[in-house]
Design a protein around this ligand. Structure first.
Ligand SMILES: *Cc1c(COP(=O)(O)O)cnc(C)c1O
Length: 426
């Protein structure tokens, strides 16, 4: 393994939970990460490789050029740690950041990040005034226009706005029926110097399903129509954005001026049938710990709550100190786990703090302290494997993980900032 150097870290004043301890000085081949100060493997760690983030951003960026790339870092960067991920993405060529909430955008600003940031999900309690003061772009579906104009009037400073049209997802965005009214009102507020319309955007519903191209075609056609209507209302629509990760990977005609990529920058694939490696993307997150207890039990031993499993013969069991309190889905029974150098499976119910792994009949395997990897490069087990076991999607696996698990940001290739676009993605 190459040496690691300190990763870009959170601004000390940010108070953001994602701030990491200094990275390990070396990465043992076991995949276990050392606690700073050399106290041995970390008890539990979400390890995020910023070199993988940079590689993924650079790879995607080279595919979408001349379109720009927005790194979507909402929800603590899908569990990867918002500040270090945002910094790595910007280093590798992302020129925009995207989040759901203004509060998330304010955390980016507190960390000293000055790049354009768009926040697109608001309530009447959203601090629009703070957003305007901090130069945060606001996604707007309709009702927000008046609240934002009100704040802008008070501050004597125009708000930067991206108008959102609903082209079929049925969530946020103005309906096509309301769109002429919304764009006309935006043009009026712009003439009054209260807002500046920077762009128009929409969100796709089924781009991750490779068998449903027509519905995406329909959304794209409606989007073009909406842009024409906005221009007819006298707005300059400089930044048109529609593509999420799946559309970025397989629908180049959706790239337009800017793509909004979340999952892809974390090195995961949104498709059932095409793994991330098809596109030259590398998973950035691994989840590691060590065995907390290890023992041989007799035949007939019930395991965990509800006794869903009983050992058929004398069996070696290992206890793993991660549970649903750490974001491990309780439904992920039979998920694969790499433990003490071998692949095994979750056995019985996953509890709040822990789960049990059946190691078979061999004596003395995986003693206390043995490294465990739930997913990551040492094992080759992926978030997709866990998603399948839990009957969910890889997005949810990585995003849920971690509220109670320390994040460790490492950099396996310090200084590298250009990925080689090896995929034949489209
Ligand atoms: C979360 C989100 C994205 C990113 O989606 P991915 O599939 O993870 O790339 C893009 N746009 C909007 C509006 C989102 O909410």
């Amino acid at each position: 393994m190459p040496d690691q150097t300190p990763a870009p870290s959170a601004h000390p004043a940010s108070g953001h939970r994602a701030s990491s301890p200094p990275p390990a000085s070396s990465m043992p081949p076991t995949g276990a990460h050392s606690v700073p100060g050399g106290a041995g493997p970390a008890e539990r760690a979400v390890v995020v490789d910023l070199a993988a983030i940079r590689h993924n951003v650079a790879t995607l960026r080279s595919w979408v050029q001349p379109a720009a790339l927005m790194a979507v870092v909402k929800a603590d960067a899908y569990g990867h740690g918002m500040i270090p991920v945002a910094q790595a993405a910007l280093q590798a060529g992302a020129t925009w950041l995207g989040v759901a909430h203004v509060t998330e955008a304010l955390s980016l600003r507190s960390a000293g990040i000055t790049a354009p940031v768009v926040a697109w999900l608001h309530t009447r309690s959203t601090p629009f005034g703070r957003a305007i003061e901090e130069g945060i772009d606001l996604g707007v579906s309709g009702w927000e226009l008046e609240a934002i104009a009100e704040s802008a009037r008070r501050l004597q400073q125009p708000a930067r706005v991206h108008l959102k049209v609903d082209t079929g997802l049925g969530r946020n965005g103005a309906t096509l029926a309301d769109w002429p009214t919304v764009t006309a009102r935006a043009a009026t507020l712009q003439e009054q110097g209260l807002i500046r319309v920077v762009g128009v955007f929409s969100h796709l519903a089924v781009a991750d399903d490779l068998d449903r191209e027509e519905e995406t075609d329909e959304q794209l056609a409606q989007f073009h129509q909406a842009v024409e209507i906005a221009r007819g209302a006298g707005l300059h629509v400089d930044v048109r954005h529609l593509a999420n990760t799946p559309a970025t990977l397989v629908r180049p005609e959706t790239h337009l001026d800017l793509v909004r990529v979340g999952l892809g920058i974390y090195g995961l694939s949104p498709f059932d049938r095409r793994p991330a490696s098809d596109f030259g993307l590398r998973p950035a997150m691994s989840l590691t710990t060590t065995v907390a207890n290890s023992k041989t039990v007799p035949a007939g031993q019930g395991i965990s709550y509800g006794y869903l499993y009983r050992t058929p013969e004398p069996t070696r069991l290992a206890l793993v100190p991660l549970g649903y309190g750490d974001g491990i889905p309780r439904t992920a029974m039979e998920a694969p786990v790499w433990i003490g150098g071998r692949r095994a499976e979750v056995t019985g119910r996953i509890a709040m703090d822990q789960f049990v792994v059946d190691l078979g009949t061999e004596e003395d395997v995986a003693p206390v302290g043995s490294p465990v990897e739930l997913f990551g490069p040492a094992s080759g087990i992926t978030a997709d494997d866990w998603a399948r076991a839990a009957r969910t999607i890889n997005y949810e696996i990585v995003t849920r993980v971690g509220a109670r698990i320390p994040k460790v940001h490492v950099d396996t290739r310090p200084g590298e900032d250009i990925g080689s676009p090896t995929g034949e993605g489209r």
